[in-house]
Design a protein around this ligand. Structure first.
Ligand code: C2E
Ligand code: CA
Ligand code: CA
Length: 337
């Protein structure tokens, strides 16, 4: 590794690149064969798989070059068969968190958030498994499952003669590596003959680590189909403004952490006001996430934010509860008229 990190060639373009290396290590103890790996599992691809999993823990963290597969990593490991079992047995459940129009407090949309009703580990929130799925690639299938579930729900509403509000689904950056990502979404959309504008795709700024050209191209193709695109967690990372400059997105979601920390000070409020202002200049809709108090809701309203999402308004809820809510919202509206 030392040799590699010192590798330089002076005569070519390569001299401009620094080269780093990392490795994942799985130490085989004799007892592993009997205890941790069943005899049938003990083959070389399993062993390599474990080493690779350890490696995925440190990829992108430049100071760490070596990772060992250990007890903690072992607990995180989810196998293909676990996920297959979960999908077959409907263990993944889609919840919807309503979003409200900040001016008239009517339901204006929702965000799909996945949960795992695990047969032995119990009810798991996404922070327990989404980061793992992002490393082992299962997130791609899971996102498609959530997307299809939402399409199915929207179709049901249309069949009932009701105009449903737009629902957003989270999209991992892993999709960008899949050649047929856009086609897959389109195929599912067509299966339910659903107008694309009933779905919003949420991307986060971690996507900024990929090539801007590639992302712009993917976003253009998604826009051509008719999807709305939102930038999630705006303000939480390093490259929010850079992304905004380069990418064509319709909705800006102001990160909840950012909002929590700053809403109590004048300076924080000025920043929120400026973000909303900037988004409006760019022709974008603003959504504030994590709104927990009436004071926060009022502040957002005063500053012209369009939509709010948070515990103050409603928690994420099972689809059936959300459907009842949508129905009563319609009733409220017709009563107002
Ligand atoms: P996110 O996309 O930022 O989703 C918003 C999170 O904030 C949700 O957490 C929601 O329950 C939580 N939240 C909503 N209102 C409030 C509030 O007033 N206060 C606070 N403190 N929190 C609030 P959740 O459901 O645990 O999801 C966590 C993250 O997991 C999501 O963050 C998203 O990044 C990821 N995730 C969830 N579902 C999916 C999915 O289907 N696909 C992908 N790729 N990621 C998902
Ligand atoms: Ca989101
Ligand atoms: Ca968010």
């Amino acid at each position: 590794m030392d040799d590699i990190s010192e590798y330089r060639r002076t005569d070519t373009e390569i001299s401009k690149c620094s080269v780093t290396s990392c490795c994942g290590i799985y130490v085989i103890n004799d007892t592993d064969i009997f205890n941790n790996l069943k005899e049938t599992e003990f083959n070389i691809s399993n062993v390599i798989g474990r080493a690779k999993f350890a490696l995925s823990e440190i990829l992108g963290k430049y100071m760490n070059y070596c990772a060992f597969y250990d007890e903690e990593t072992r607990n995180q490991l989810v196998s293909d068969s676990d996920v297959e079992y979960a999908i077959k047995n409907n263990e993944f459940v889609v919840y919807i968190q309503p979003k409200y129009d900040i001016k008239d407090h009517t339901l204006s949309g929702g965000e799909a958030l996945v949960r795992w009703n695990h047969h032995s580990k119990g009810f798991l929130t996404p922070d327990k498994f989404v980061p793992i799925f992002e490393k082992n690639g299962f997130i791609v299938d899971l996102d498609m499952f959530v997307f299809e579930t939402v399409c199915k729900m929207q179709r049901k509403w249309l069949d009932m003669g009701v105009d449903p509000v737009r629902i957003s689904v989270n999209q991992s950056r892993m999709h960008l590596f899949k050649r047929d990502y856009v086609e897959n979404l389109k195929e599912i959309l067509d299966k339910y003959s659903l107008p694309a504008e009933l779905i919003e795709l949420e991307i986060t700024e971690t996507i900024a680590f990929e090539s801007m050209d590639v992302i712009s191209e993917v976003l253009k193709r998604l826009h051509d189909i008719g999807f709305k695109i939102s930038m999630d967690d705006f303000g939480s990372g390093y490259s929010s403004l850079n992304m905004l400059k380069n990418l064509d997105v319709d909705v800006l979601k102001i990160d909840k952490g950012f909002f929590e920390e700053t809403s109590n000070s004048k300076r924080g409020q000025d920043i929120i006001e400026s973000i909303i202002d900037m988004a409006s200049k760019l022709g974008m809709e603003t959504v504030a996430e994590g709104v927990e108090t009436v004071e926060q809701a009022e502040l957002l309203q005063e500053n012209g934010c369009d939509i709010a999402q948070g515990y103050f308004y409603a928690m994420p809820m099972p689809i059936s509860d959300y459907e009842n809510l949508q129905l009563s919202n319609r009733k409220d509206k017709s009563e107002q008229i």
